[in-house]
Design a protein around this ligand. Structure first.
Ligand SMILES: *[C@@H]1O[C@H](CO)[C@@H](O)[C@H](O)[C@H]1NC(C)=O
Ligand SMILES: *[C@@H]1O[C@H](CO)[C@@H](O)[C@H](O)[C@H]1NC(C)=O
Ligand SMILES: *[C@@H]1O[C@H](CO)[C@@H](O)[C@H](O)[C@H]1NC(C)=O
Ligand SMILES: *[C@@H]1O[C@H](CO)[C@@H](O)[C@H](O)[C@H]1NC(C)=O
Ligand SMILES: *[C@@H]1O[C@H](CO)[C@@H](O)[C@H](O)[C@H]1NC(C)=O
Ligand SMILES: *[C@@H]1O[C@H](CO)[C@@H](O)[C@H](O)[C@H]1NC(C)=O
Ligand SMILES: *[C@@H]1O[C@H](CO)[C@@H](O)[C@H](O)[C@H]1NC(C)=O
Ligand SMILES: *[C@@H]1O[C@H](CO)[C@@H](O)[C@H](O)[C@H]1NC(C)=O
Length: 554
């Protein structure tokens, strides 16, 4: 088998916080059954059901009988009997599985043809599964967050130094709160083993069917690399650079960031009826061009560093503006809203208009798992550590060279991980060059600000033992998967039907936005790409994979 797994010291003691968790779950370790029952109301409504399964707490310690109760949720197949189960992961890391499956339940079964049970697991660190929390309560968390502000690196020349100090604060808070132990148990390799325990307990064919988005592509790649013989069907969509993720310092992520921003502006200018920014609401500045808009927005970003302003009790500064743009680029249905907000800022700013736009804006909810699970999982997984902030200079320069707009986005996380006091007890340390039992379906998009096509191509080079497959690798593989679906109607890839395009809307659709509909990409290119009809442009969001897969099979 073409992988190596590093096993960390088995002598690490289980510290107090964990004993508390484990004590409540002490029982005979058993993987033979999952008990399904109605979900708690706050998790999901029928038809979703919830289940539990005991798994080993620490896979590296076979003398321990301590267990962990994995929590699962299932959307039963519409057509019974089910043809099997598809295990899902919604990314993050830090997103739970159960509530997200609950949210997506109205769409996903259609998206998978309704023939499979769809199962999500709360990965370690999320939900109630060893929740990764460095603070005893929300008051303390808010105090911590007031210190660890995570400003964008370019907000001032003093910011990188401050971020470095903040990273140590987070390391101190988390290291002390968790006695460095929880952080050793939430790594992706353990989660991969948990997923296989679920496969075992399901008692189907012993093979995994898996559908993962974003970070779920790293989890899926890890499962594939650790258990290549047990892969039935695997769909990875919105793929991170798995090698960079493994080592730390993810540079490639931003390679299409500016292109996505440009796509947003082009789409805006092409559809002024649905894009305030193109119309120009004031100053007689109507009929702006994309190039002029781009220039004025970069100019605004520069000016706002020294001239932040207040909207009610909120400050719009460089970081806030960058975060708004970042959130918008990830979610094309919010583009008209993003355009309104940017227009209102350029327009003076128009404070009363901004106040009303920002009041309930989803764009303000910068993604966050609600606790510290993101660094807890991500930083524990990666190898890179340093005590010298200068060691991050090449990373910072490389990101800025790839993206003018997004290059300074990652420094806060990079520094947190560099100073992180914990490490996963097990990490997959191989090279991801494996031949899986069945080829993996890898999906990338032409303009994705976080999980670019280049990273999908990169992953495709290793799987199946192909070497240097280059650009055609993804397309070729995709094509084969499509052919496979057509030729073998009973394929178990979750194939996505038209109704699934509504999946895009499950994130909420701002008033005035026409229903999302999707363009199919010409089959010549092979790779599906999606564009929202009302703003034609190359786009990608994590949910767009539904549509990508749909395009792939119809
Ligand atoms: C589990 O139960 C056994 C037997 O009751 C006990 O000795 C052990 O300390 C328990 N483990 C934990 C973590 O509570
Ligand atoms: C778990 O291990 C402890 C110590 O090794 C032992 O005392 C206990 O009986 C075991 N519990 C179970 C349920 O096997
Ligand atoms: C939060 O935890 C701290 C430390 O235990 C405690 O002093 C404080 O009262 C708690 N605050 C709330 C609102 O529970
Ligand atoms: C956690 O690990 C760090 C670095 O290894 C160490 O400095 C710190 O004392 C540890 N914290 C605890 C509570 O063990
Ligand atoms: C913008 O273009 C439209 C259609 O070409 C035209 O009717 C309108 O007068 C223009 N507005 C401005 C401010 O130039
Ligand atoms: C509109 O006018 C205001 C006030 O004169 C000015 O500050 C702002 O930059 C102008 N906006 C654009 C897009 O020209
Ligand atoms: C951030 O700073 C780097 C240089 O350190 C520069 O290349 C990049 O364009 C800047 N980006 C923004 C949005 O200011
Ligand atoms: C994939 O990305 C890693 C990290 O950047 C790089 O070292 C490797 O050469 C890439 N592989 C291919 C085939 O591009």
């Amino acid at each position: 088998m073409a992988h190596t797994v590093r096993t960390k010291s088995m002598r690490l003691a289980i510290a107090t916080t964990l004993v508390a968790t484990a004590a409540a779950q002490n029982g005979t370790y058993s993987t033979d059954s999952i008990r399904w029952a109605p979900c708690p109301a706050e998790v999901a409504a029928a038809p979703v059901v919830c289940g539990e399964l005991l798994v080993p707490l620490d896979y590296t310690n076979d003398r321990s009988n301590e267990t962990l109760t994995l929590q699962l949720a299932k959307v039963p197949a519409i057509t019974q009997p089910s043809r099997g189960s598809v295990l899902m992961n919604f990314g993050g890391p830090g997103n739970d599985g159960r509530t997200m499956l609950g949210q997506y339940a109205p769409f996903l079964p259609l998206g998978s043809g309704g023939e499979f049970d769809l199962i999500a697991i709360d990965p370690r660190g999320t939900g109630n599964t060893i929740p990764f929390s460095c603070y005893q309560n929300e008051t303390l968390r808010r105090a911590g967050q007031a210190t660890v502000r995570q400003e964008r690196a370019n907000s001032s020349d003093a910011t990188p130094g401050r971020l470095w100090a903040e990273a140590q604060v987070l390391a101190n808070d988390c290291g002390n709160a968790l006695a460095n132990t929880t952080g050793s148990l939430v790594g992706t390799a353990f989660v991969a083993r948990d997923f296989m325990k679920v496969v075992d307990a399901l008692g189907e064919d012993g093979l995994i069917r898996y559908w993962g988005f974003s970070y779920g592509s790293y989890l899926g790649s890890t499962i594939a690399a650790m258990f290549p013989d047990r892969i039935d069907r695997m769909v990875l969509d919105g793929i991170v650079n798995i090698h960079e993720w493994q080592a730390g310092l993810t540079v490639e992520a931003v390679i299409d960031y500016d292109k996505t921003f440009k796509g947003f502006l082009d789409a805006c200018v092409a559809h002024p009826d649905n894009c305030a920014l193109a119309r120009g609401s004031s100053n007689g500045s109507g009929n702006r061009t994309a190039g002029a808009l781009e220039a004025s927005l970069y100019d605004l970003l520069d000016r706002i560093k020294h001239a932040p302003f207040a909207v009610g009790s909120r400050i719009i500064d460089y970081t806030a503006l960058q975060n708004l743009i970042n959130a918008g680029l990830r979610s094309p249905p919010t583009w008209p809203e993003l355009a309104e907000i940017l227009d209102a800022i350029l327009d003076g700013p128009d404070l009363s208009r901004l106040a009303s736009l920002l009041q309930n804006s989803a764009l303000l909810n910068v993604w966050s798992p609600g606790n510290e699970a993101y660094p807890g999982i991500r930083c524990g997984d990666q190898k890179f550590r340093t005590t010298d902030p200068e060691a991050l200079a090449p990373y910072n320069a490389a990101r800025n060279a790839l993206s003018r707009l997004g290059g300074d986005e990652g420094l806060a996380t990079a520094m947190q991980c560099a100073r992180w006091p914990m490490a996963a007890r097990e990490r997959y340390e191989g090279d991801f060059r494996v031949r899986t039992r069945h080829p993996i379906l890898l999906i990338g998009n032409y303009a994705d600000p976080v999980t670019p096509l280049a990273s999908a191509k990169n992953a495709s080079a290793g799987f199946e033992g192909e070497r240097g497959a280059g650009a055609q690798g993804v397309w070729a593989r995709l094509h084969r998967a499509v052919v496979d679906l057509h030729d073998h109607g009973r394929s178990q890839v979750p194939h996505v039907r038209r109704a699934a395009c509504a999946g895009h809307e499950l994130r909420g659709r701002p008033a005035g936005v026409r229903a999302a509909s999707w363009e199919r990409v010409d089959a010549g290119g092979g790779c599906p790409s999606q564009a929202i009809h009302f703003l034609r442009g190359a786009v990608k969001v994590s949910v767009a994979c539904l549509n990508a897969a749909r395009s792939a099979v119809h």
